[in-house]
Design a protein around this ligand. Structure first.
Ligand SMILES: [Zn+2]
Length: 263
């Protein structure tokens, strides 16, 4: 950040409530900032160390977390190293899966993403991908799932990486979207070894049914159109649970557990 830009930012912060709007964001990097001058100083140091991570346009100041991908300093360990330190065998396995699935399915993903292992929000999820503007996608794996063995975990990671890939490709990340369906259709031959013709909405069809309120001459239509489940095609809840729902019966059974020390 140029001194002139830091001045402008300091001016703007003075006029808009001091350092408060961005102080929380910076607190990790520079605790104890009291005023706009200090903040401008810290921001210019930040800019010198991590060029291009501060974007001051109009009223918004966007401060991105450091880009560690180019950082070879001794201060930081990789996500893989951190995961191995925290979860040993399970951390190694998760990152091995990431590398393998990235090469197979998602070559556009970064070389590493953060993967944490523990409890997932909402209880019913065995995996969860959340994205935050400072960090991008982060994957959480439900620690007890490691008891079911490698193939089960690998499929959870394949599913979560699809959420991450969609997010980074600026596509819709929910299951019930054409983007999800298109990706599942494209990736299934690679992951499952067979085609999958998934079409969103195909599991619902319109049928004509008798109208229970109809009586001769009462003016109501004799039949009504109802949406019913079309059992002949792949169901939405199967697509939402891709790839697990498409594995043959017994695929995950009798696999050795992966040790996962948590607490
Ligand atoms: Zn999902």
């Amino acid at each position: 950040m140029s001194p002139a830009k830091a001045e402008r930012l300091a001016d703007w912060l003075r006029a808009n409530g001091g350092a408060a709007p961005v102080r929380d964001i910076l607190s990790r990097h520079a605790a104890g900032i009291r005023n706009a001058d200090q903040l401008a100083q810290v921001l210019s140091e930040y800019e010198a160390r991590w060029p291009g991570r501060i974007n001051t346009t109009g009223k918004a100041t966007i401060i991105l977390a450091p880009d560690r991908s180019q950082d070879n300093s001794k201060d930081y360990v990789s996500y893989r190293q951190a995961a191995i330190a925290l979860w040993q065998e399970a951390g190694t396995y998760a990152h091995d899966c990431y590398d393998e699935l990235r090469a197979l399915l998602y070559p556009q993903l970064p070389a590493q993403l953060p993967i944490t292992i523990g409890l997932t929000a909402y209880g019913h999820c065995v995996g969860l991908t959340r994205t935050r503007w400072e960090y991008g996608p982060r994957i959480t794996l439900f620690s007890p799932a490691f008891r079911r063995g490698g193939p089960y975990i690998r499929d959870i990671i394949a599913h979560e990486l699809l959420h991450a890939w969609l997010y980074l490709a600026d596509l819709k990340t929910d299951h019930n979207t054409d983007d999800w369906y298109d990706a599942v259709t494209r990736l299934s031959p690679l992951l499952l070894g067979h085609e999958l013709a998934a079409k969103r909405g195909a599991d619902r069809k319109s049928v004509r049914v008798p109208n229970p309120d109809w009586e001769p001459g009462n003016g109501t239509p004799k039949t009504l159109v109802r949406k019913v489940r079309n059992e002949d095609v792949i169901q939405h809840d199967e697509i939402a649970r891709w790839p697990h729902s498409f594995r043959p019966p017994g695929y995950y059974l009798n696999q050795p557990a992966i040790r996962c020390p948590t607490y």
